[in-house]
Design a protein around this ligand. Structure first.
Ligand code: IMP
Ligand code: MG
Length: 182
């Protein structure tokens, strides 16, 4: 696995240090409210688990399973929800967690779906945000790290469902991406 990684962007200690800061910010922002966290599976699992354990507030946690990539590195633009039911978030302060903001299709679709359930507020928190032009007007309220528009894996992020268990975020070697896209 290690030999498939071109370079490590953020190692475990760097990620944990940044999560300390993000958790402190979120804790301060929601100190007088009860949070409802909606984590988007599967990529946000490690991020969710490490971030939430740093937030000493009463909160509820639910997960949404969403497919947007179909195993490839290029997004198709359509987002498929694996559950039909919308979580009951009426009147609640929702924080959506995802691994990476790329095209924004996933977060835009999740946000739109949750809005139909009349939450009191919705904010978005991502570990990574790619520096790129997005067709959609989506933004994250909390961002761990800004990265270039490169394909990264590890710490929950996958390529063809692999590499999620790497303890760091790294850039996948381009040859591996090219083989898949042929
Ligand atoms: P978006 O809908 O294009 O913003 O992409 C969101 C989803 O695509 C993320 O939740 C990831 O599952 C996946 N994704 C986007 N970029 C990457 C990447 O660089 N590595 C791994 N997965 C990615
Ligand atoms: Mg993925």
């Amino acid at each position: 696995m290690q030999s498939d990684i071109e370079c490590v962007l953020f190692d475990g200690p760097a990620i944990h240090k940044r999560l300390d800061e993000m958790a402190a910010q979120i804790t301060a922002d929601y100190s007088d409210r009860e949070l409802t966290v909606i984590a988007i599976l599967t990529g946000s699992l490690m991020f969710m688990s490490d971030l939430l354990r740093r937030i000493p507030l009463p909160l509820k946690l639910d997960c949404l399973s969403v497919v947007s990539y179909h195993g490839k590195t290029q997004t198709r633009g359509d987002v498929i929800f694996k559950q039909l039911a919308v979580p009951d978030v009426a009147g609640q302060d929702v924080l959506i967690l995802d691994d990476v903001l790329d095209t924004g299709d996933t977060l835009a679709a999740v946000r739109k779906k949750l809005e139909t359930a009349y939450p009191r507020s919705i904010r978005v928190c991502v570990l990574l945000s790619k520096r790129k032009q997005r067709a959609r007007d989506v933004d994250a309220d909390y961002v761990g790290f800004e990265i270039e528009d490169e394909f990264v894996v590890g710490y929950g992020l996958d390529f063809m469902e692999r590499y999620r268990n790497l303890p760091y975020v790294g850039v996948l070697r381009k040859e591996l991406l090219e083989q898949q896209n042929q």
